[in-house]
Design a protein around this ligand. Sequence first.
Ligand code: FAD
Length: 381
Amino acid sequence: MDLTVSETDDKFRAEVREWLAANRPALPMPSGDSARGVPVHLEWERRLFDAGWSVVSWPEHFGGRDCSLWQWLIFEEEYYRAGLPQRVAQNGIFLLAPTLFEFGTPDQQERYLRRMAAVEDLWCQGWSEPEAGSDLAALRSRAERDEQRGGWRLYGQKCWSTRGAYCTHMFGIFRTGAPEERHNGLTYFLIDLRQPEVTVRPVARLDGDDGFADVFFDGAFVSDADVLGAVGRGWHVAMATAGSERTLSLRSPGRFTASADRLVSLLRSSAPQVRDDPRLRVAVADSWMAARAYKLSTDALVTRIADGASVGAEASLSKVFWSELDVALHETALAVQGPDAALDDEWMRGYEFALAGPIYAGTNEIQRNIIAERLLGLPRR
Ligand SMILES: Cc1cc2nc3c(=O)[nH]c(=O)nc-3n(C[C@H](O)[C@H](O)[C@H](O)COP(=O)(O)OP(=O)(O)OC[C@H]3O[C@@H](n4cnc5c(N)ncnc54)[C@H](O)[C@@H]3O)c2cc1C
């Protein structure tokens, strides 16, 4: 792994930093999971797109800058260092887009990528169902053939769709084969939610935001041109999306190194009896080192990806690591603040969201099963 930073990358970092400093929106923004916050975030993300900073590693043709993955990591570091918020476009640009680049037809890429980067379309993920979470292959929502129109009719219910209440599109997996086919009878669809046969019901989270949606399908239409990958190969395509969700694409290290730096500043600016508490000092140092370790392991991963390797089951190791790191880091921040934590919206909301990390993108128990079976080669039972 070559850790030398090139002059070009240094210049790139300086350019990003300068642009973000000059164009930073008013912070903090209202939550991007609320009706009040979504338009504010959309405006900010459009500004990013117009200036060419939305998706730096994509080809220029789709609104990017043709940058390397290393430069994308630099962009992310600077973005979070500036205290900027998680993107409302994230499920599109960080989860679906890598899958579209890998499996999408040229027509699908033309129709969706640029609009997604410009937040003209907002995408949510439609995998979980009331009876299919960890055991995703048990899903029952189905697609029935509509020969006359050249496509499929969707029936069933998806749940936990993040930001679903505000999205125009969903990428989802539906059963096109028999239920007993499990993983083999699934197909990955790109769905326009703006049709009368779709009902979106917002679901409030404990923090009060309508962060989720239940989405009901009652014969919604998807054309053959919107099948991603082959019919019946949805599981295979979905696992590529899961790989992006569990590691660097959704959770770049910049997010954690920035929080760890803020945690160090929080401790340093605390009252002497807090600042000098050895347990807190050790906990802060642990979080800071874990964030650095995640950065270094991501650097190693990017080196391998640049050499042509794919991520595979290793993504599960990353997922367990960043989600546990995020919880520990926020717990430490609350301990440093003591009772004042209840008055601090930023760390408290960060903590509430961190608690979901071991659940979404596949629970950590499931990731440990994957690590045991596929990386360590242990028996299933
Ligand atoms: C913040 C957040 C955002 C989300 N966003 C989306 C989204 O946008 N789209 C979407 O489709 N879904 C989304 N989800 C849903 C998420 O993918 C599921 O919650 C997750 O897959 C777990 O499924 P479940 O909730 O049905 O729990 P279950 O599958 O019922 O699991 C319950 C418990 O049992 C454990 N368990 C289950 N099976 C096993 C096993 N074989 N071995 C060991 N332990 C096991 C689990 O680890 C868990 O602790 C989101 C969830 C959260 C919290």
